[in-house]
Structures are given as structure tokens and as C-alpha cells.
Design a protein around this ligand. Structure first.
Ligand code: HEM
Length: 134
């Protein structure tokens, strides 16, 4: 039998989403170097743990309306060298695959829409243009 998919969004499964996504990011040859440069390659480290907690808070803020995240989500991305449209496209692809593994399609659609909107907003503000259509 296939694994049960989450039919709602709650604190518990947001934590699972974040802690499933970032190990996948670290396995991705295009994305991993950006994260390793800032946080190192050991997901068990204190630096990574702080990032995972922060991102869990971020997604609770976005999807559940919690007021626990008070940071500026865009700001650190200004300091990441060589961020590209291709990297954002890959980030979204890995995030969406993770969402599909964990949530039913209708709930997953929410995270896909939200992450796509945020990524497009980030790219616009970072001055990163979309990849050229082939
Ligand atoms: C290629 C795309 C992306 C890369 C390589 C990337 C990389 C990173 C890195 C390395 C950090 C840690 C920065 C630091 O501690 O100095 C960070 C922070 C963060 N990222 Fe991204 N990111 C990407 C896209 C996104 C997207 C699409 C979102 C949201 C949907 C997002 C949300 C965040 C948030 C909330 C933080 C923490 C901000 C804070 O300090 O409060 N990132 N990102």
C-alpha cells in the first residue's frame, strides 16, 4: 500500500515537509553548492538546524498565518552569488516533487502555487530574469 498522504496542512506536517525537502536539496548537484557555501554540508550541524527551524517557522507563517516568523525572507538571497533562473526552476522542481510525495493533490497545489509565486517575486526583486524559452 502506498504511503498515506497528508490531506491538511498543520504544524507537524510542515516540519516534515521542510525536513524532507532540504536533504533533497543537498543531493541536487545544481542547488547543493549554494547551501553548502552558507550552511556547510552537514545537515545535522547547528547552522543547518537553525535554518530548518527558521524555514519551518516561515512556512507556518505563510500557510497557517502564524506570526512567529518575523524575518525578511528575501534579504539573504541578495548575498548569494550566481543565483540564476535555472537554480530557481530547480528549487521549485525539487520542492514540488517533495510536496507530491507528502500531500494529496489539492493540498499540494496550494504549496506549489505559493512557492511559485514567492520564487517569481524573489527573482523579480533580485533582478533575475526567466530562462529564455527554447
Ligand atoms: C535557487 C533558489 C534558492 C536558493 C539557492 C536559496 C538559498 C538559501 C540560502 C543559502 C539561505 C540561507 C542564507 C543565510 O543564512 O545566509 C536561504 C534562506 C532562506 N530562503 Fe532561500 N533559496 C532559494 C529559494 C528560496 C525560495 C523560493 C524561498 C521561498 C519560497 C526561500 C526561502 C528562504 C527563507 C525564508 C530563508 C530564511 C530567511 C531569513 O533569514 O529569515 N528560498 N536561502
Amino acid at each position: 500500500m502506498s504511503q498515506m498522504l497528508f490531506t491538511t496542512i498543520n504544524e507537524e506536517n510542515i516540519e516534515i515537509l521542510v525536513r524532507t525537502f532540504y536533504p533533497e536539496v543537498l543531493k541536487d548537484a545544481l542547488l547543493a553548492p549554494f547551501f553548502i557555501a552558507k550552511l556547510g554540508d552537514d545537515i545535522q550541524s547547528q547552522e543547518w538546524e537553525e535554518h530548518l527551524v527558521l524555514l519551518t517557522e516561515f512556512w507556518k507563517f505563510v500557510s497557517l498565518g502564524y506570526d512567529n516568523y518575523t524575518g525578511n525572507p528575501l534579504q539573504p538571497h541578495f548575498h548569494i552569488a550566481d543565483l540564476s533562473a535555472e537554480a530557481f526552476a530547480r528549487w521549485l522542481s525539487v520542492f514540488h516533487q517533495t510536496v507530491d510525495r507528502l500531500y494529496t493533490p489539492s493540498v499540494g497545489e496550494y504549496f506549489k502555487q505559493k512557492s511559485t509565486n514567492i520564487a517569481e517575486n524573489f527573482m523579480r526583486k533580485l533582478g533575475i530574469s526567466r530562462p529564455n524559452p527554447h
